[in-house]
Design a protein around this ligand. Structure first.
Ligand code: HMG
Ligand code: MG
Length: 359
């Protein structure tokens, strides 16, 4: 039903900022995340553990993770922070920060012993997928959180591959099959540590190098990634060349291949101005998770000419008009979009955001 809750994954701090040429101070990145966390958004992709030679802007992601783990949350509900990584090296870098917070928990509180069957992963609350759920006070750490009136963030990781060989080579310097091989040890380790894994499939609606993409290829990859243990597949229209009919065809093909709508998120870039139309097609198909970037920030460094994601403000405005609930405060979100656009010295790409700010 259109009145359902729609979960928005705010990818602005990662997808939005990764392509900015001028180095952005880490304090600005952290402030962006903090401001977004106040708007009612519950899932924020906060950075990536990729090679800094390839994407220098994301080199400060460990500092951002430290901030997230060390700072008592100010929002009443736990926020889920996601971290993109391409290989075992990325996972190691992520884990060295994550595990450094293991012996002493946030604010110096000792974390309780690991639950049986794990090898000592920190006691972060990674269990709740329900956007409205509050953490239960069943474990020692959660009870301590309750006592001091805060809730720990949920931490998740994202892996990424693509539907064409050329894009996969350009983006991650390997074949599609090699990218899946790289994921095996990541999945195994994440499972041991009880860290949920999301997986992206890029260029699902068109490739800058190979053109049209066979939807069956996307579906086969989605099935493989789910079988490997991914909890959610984010289907990326990296180039923004997706259209309403192409989106409908892809979603039908995914359903026919046995991929449940609840296993999917749609990730539309807005290069041709079709992202909102495509999102509504996906909403009508039954998809309830969408990626978006505040102020329409961004672009992929390996997709020449592609612009940012659909603006979160535009998506929220559109979904609210259809009776869907997002939990997001549109005015607060619009202010964040205006602020970050000014900070970066770029045009605010959200039409709805600009309209709200002009009121
Ligand atoms: P490579 O050159 O094949 O890897 O890159 P390598 O193993 O030969 O390593 C090269 C150097 O990077 C070495 O350092 C490694 O140690 C280091 P050196 O010895 O030269 O000093 N290295 C790393 N450093 C930090 N973190 C790591 C890491 N791995 C190696 N994880 C690699 C392979 C995958 C690393 C590289 O291709 C890479 O980092 N690619 C990232 C590309 C990227 O971030 N793209 C943007 C994100 S995807 C996207 O935007 C699409 C999405 O939004 C969905 C959509 O819109 O479709 C998700
Ligand atoms: Mg993207």
């Amino acid at each position: 039903r259109a009145t359902d809750h729609v979960r928005i994954v705010e990818v602005g701090p990662r997808d939005g900022l990764q392509n900015e040429k001028k180095s952005i101070p880490v304090a600005t990145k952290i402030e962006l995340i903090e401001r977004l966390a106040q708007t009612g958004l519950q899932t924020i992709e906060a950075g990536s553990f990729v090679a800094p030679k390839w994407v220098p802007q994301m080199a400060s992601s460990a500092e951002i993770l430290e901030h997230v783990l060390d700072t008592p949350p100010r929002s009443p509900r736990p926020i889920t922070y996601q971290w993109l990584l391409p290989n075992a090296r990325g996972l190691d870098n992520f884990l060295s920060t994550w595990q450094s917070r293991n012996t002493l928990g946030q604010d110096g509180y000792p974390t309780p012993p690991p639950s049986p069957g794990t090898d000592g992963g920190p006691a972060l609350n990674t269990s709740s997928q329900d956007p409205n759920a509050m953490p239960s006070a069943s474990s020692g750490a959660e009870a301590m959180d309750k006592e001091r009136g805060s809730s720990k963030p949920n931490i998740e990781i994202s892996i990424f591959t693509a539907a064409t060989e050329t894009f996969t080579q350009k983006n991650t310097n390997c074949s599609i099959a090699e990218s899946l091989q790289r994921f095996e040890p990541i999945m195994a380790r994440a499972k041991e540590l009880d860290i949920p894994v999301r997986a992206y499939v890029s260029v699902a609606l068109g490739c800058p190098f190979e053109g049209n993409v066979d939807p069956h290829k996307v579906a086969r990859l989605a099935v493989s990634l789910l079988e490997m243990g991914a909890e959610e597949i984010s289907i990326g229209d990296t180039t923004g060349t997706g259209t309403a009919p192409k989106t409908a065809e892809l979603l039908k093909t995914l359903s026919a291949a046995g991929v449940e709508n609840s296993d999917l998120a749609m990730h539309f870039h807005d290069t041709y101005g079709q992202a909102l139309v495509n999102a509504v097609v996906a909403l009508e198909h039954g998809i309830r998770t969408f990626d978006a970037a505040v102020a329409g920030l961004g672009g992929c460094p390996y997709s020449p000419g592609a612009t940012g994601n659909v603006a979160t403000e535009d998506l929220v405005h559109c979904f609210h008009s259809l009776g869907a609930r997002t939990g997001v405060d549109m005015e607060m979100l619009a202010r964040v979009g205006g602020w970050i656009s000014e900070e970066l010295g770029r045009e605010n790409e959200s039409r709805a955001g600009k309209a709200v700010l002009a009121q």
